[in-house]
Design a protein. Structure first.
Ligand SMILES: [Zn+2]
Length: 214
């Protein structure tokens, strides 16, 4: 009896014969010594924008939290269930990462969902609608801009949402304090799925620029 999809089992076979075989000692060391990733990556769930693939990261290198549209909610110690905030808390306070990267991407379905046309919720819970309402006025402002094309609005909100998430990160006292002490660096990035281009946010202007790779 097969307990997992065959495609996944085939992939696992390849992993054991390939990557695991060549990095066995690294996995064993990570198991014995624990993980010490230097970077927390906040990325979208989208299957086309996997951070480990884009940044060619090995085991133990990236601590990744993925959610719909790579959003960071504001600091809200209200006793509710906060998946992203708990991952952030562990990365910053437990693992003491040096970097936090919020990485958005082109053709993001979460971002598209708030730019209209309005659709019925996918389920009665409308979890996506509630989650994406985090963007609030920014989504309304961009979606109402008739000077821009649909594609321009999409890219604009994808990038605005990254700046928005970085601002929300700074509402967490631990992030704010460590950044001001120079022990934590915050970055924004945007990955264009169709071309493979990576754009990095200029921390001063907030503009997105192609990093020099030479
Ligand atoms: Zn997305």
């Amino acid at each position: 009896m097969v307990h997992l999809p065959e495609k996944l089992l085939n992939g696992y076979r390849n992993f054991m014969a390939g990557r695991y075989a060549s990095e066995t000692s690294r996995y064993r060391t990570l198991a014995d010594d624990g993980q010490t990733p230097e970077t927390l990556m906040i990325a979208c769930c989208d299957s086309r924008s996997a951070p480990e693939t884009i940044f060619d990261a090995g085991p133990g290198e990236l601590f990744v939290v993925r959610n719909v549209a790579n959003l960071v909610p504001p600091y809200a110690p209200d006793g509710e269930y906060h998946a992203t905030s708990s991952a952030l808390e562990f990365a910053v306070q437990g693992l003491k990462v040096k970097n936090i990267v919020v990485m958005g991407h082109g053709r993001c379905g979460g971002i598209k969902s708030v730019l209209g046309p309005t659709h019925e919720p996918l389920s009665p819970g409308d979890f996506i609608g509630k989650w994406m309402s985090l963007l609030g006025p920014a989504a309304e402002a961009v979606s109402g801009n008739t000077m821009m094309t649909a594609g321009e609005r999409q890219t604009a909100l994808e990038r605005i949402s990254i700046r928005f998430s970085l601002a929300n990160l700074r509402t967490f006292p631990c992030v704010d304090i460590l950044e001001k002490k120079g022990r934590l660096n915050l970055y924004g990035a945007w990955f264009d799925i169709s071309t493979g281009e990576l754009w990095a946010m200029n921390p001063v202007t907030g503009d997105f620029e192609r990093p020099r790779l030479d």
